[in-house]
Design a protein around this ligand. Sequence first.
Ligand code: FES
Length: 163
Amino acid sequence: MANQTIAQYPKGDRSILIPLLQDIQDEFGYLPEDVLMEAAAHIGMPLSSIYGVATFYNQFRLTPLGKNIIRVCRGTACHVKNSANILFGLESALNLKPGQTSRDKNFTLEVVSCIGACSIAPVICINDDYYGRITVKEIDKILKKYQPTPAKATNAKSPEVTK
Ligand code: FES
């Protein structure tokens, strides 16, 4: 079935590529390959050219986001307050580089240039939660709040019954 987002754009018009990619990303949260293939056929553009555009602009992502999005501010105010160490600490704790999502899809790590909270630099933001004047020592404690709760054991032993 044709994707409705793509179908609303005129066929064969390559000039609409950017807004089309933005709409696809709004719908899926990223740019799925099968949808890009459909977009390529719709506007008559090679898939490789579409990937060229999608990878040029950092607003586009080719992989799905994790459940929790961690944004590390690397703007000037945060930089002078050692945000590089915070980023390194998060990379180490999560085993992720900026732009990557954990295998369990729980975390995505991103770098941003300023999140408008310079007075409490260095700052990170996890989803809608801001953590200001953060130190590397606090990272593990903060991340624990966003870890999935362990599933309850379904095969737990029943209490022994004596006859
Ligand atoms: S530079 Fe980090 S919040 Fe502005």
